[in-house]
Design a protein around this ligand. Structure first.
Ligand code: NAP
Length: 252
């Protein structure tokens, strides 16, 4: 028997590291990807080769219907393994090219807000409706990926992205309080400068290395270092922790 953890954006970077660690912790992993099927299948193959259980589902988290289908796939995975959905890692997130607010197009703003904010709400709604004891569920945990940018503001880079992560911090707090009596713990992680592909998607593949100097620890972090914090928050070791957001930033 294995309970299912849904991990959005589990094909690469921090999500993929979370998927591997969750599988090692004995969870069946239902990971989603947006377009990169090969990367998602490689993570699934890694987990299965290590004796774990995983499946990959294509899902744009900005699309409500696709999120509903993702959780139906997670239910089917749970049924196949004698478990149910007991966790969600709201990890999928996007940035855009460096720009000032007065240069941002409506399309850009809509994409950032839809993926980063609405996507997290859609997924949390599906998770809570399954896990809440108020609705007959057995409880569970949610971890939302925020960003150090939520505190720093990211002026001249991507204030839109930073603001979307500020919304995630408030979302974490509010959802935690709303579900605290229903067996659900909700927490967040604010990564700093982490070595993943996200910087290339913002047009600056070398960003993590270039910014080492601004980090008190004088280095970028790894996806695995972020995943360790996420999986701790998901674990019973954090059984009295809810509504918290942990900085994983090397002190920044
Ligand atoms: P990444 O390497 O760019 O990976 C992004 C993941 O999200 C991929 O699996 C991608 O799928 C998926 N994705 C993208 N758009 C999606 C959509 N519309 N719907 C569903 N999935 C989507 O990102 P990362 O660096 O690991 O970041 C993970 C999270 O940490 C994000 O929320 C990010 O904001 C946050 N974070 C990262 C850093 C950092 O320095 N890396 C710092 C602070 C916060 P495909 O593989 O199919 O494209």
């Amino acid at each position: 028997m294995a309970d299912v953890v849904v991990i959005t954006g589990g094909s690469r970077g921090i999500g993929a590291a979370c998927a591997r660690l969750a599988a090692r912790a004995g969870k069946a992993v239902c990971l989603s990807y947006a377009t990169n099927r090969a990367a998602a299948e490689a993570v699934v193959a890694d987990i299965e080769a290590a004796g774990g259980t995983a499946g990959a589902v294509k899902c744009d988290v900005a699309d409500n219907n696709q999120v509903v289908a993702l959780f139906e796939a997670a239910d089917a995975m749970g049924a196949a393994h004698g478990g149910a959905v007991s966790g969600l890692i709201n990890n999928a997130g996007v940035i855009d090219l460096r720009a000032r607010v007065d240069e941002m197009s409506p399309e850009r703003l809509e994409r950032i807000m839809r993926v980063n904010i609405l996507g997290s709400f859609f997924c949390a709604r599906e998770a809570v409706s399954r896990m809440s004891t108020r609705r007959g569920g057995k409880g569970g945990t949610i971890v939302n990926l925020s960003s150090a940018a939520a505190k720093l503001g990211a002026a001249g880079q991507y204030v839109d992205y930073a603001a979307s992560k500020g919304a995630i911090d408030t979302f974490t707090r509010g959802l935690a309080l709303e579900t605290a009596e229903e067996g659900i713990r909700v927490n967040g992680v604010r990564p700093g400068i982490i070595d993943t592909d996200i910087h290339a998607s913002g047009g600056e593949p070398d960003r993590a290395r270039k910014l080492r100097g601004v980090v008190p620890m004088k280095r970028e972090g790894s996806a695995e270092e972020v995943a360790e914090a996420v999986l701790w928050l998901m674990s019973d070791a954090a059984s009295y922790v809810t509504g918290a957001t942990i900085d994983v930033t090397g002190g920044r």
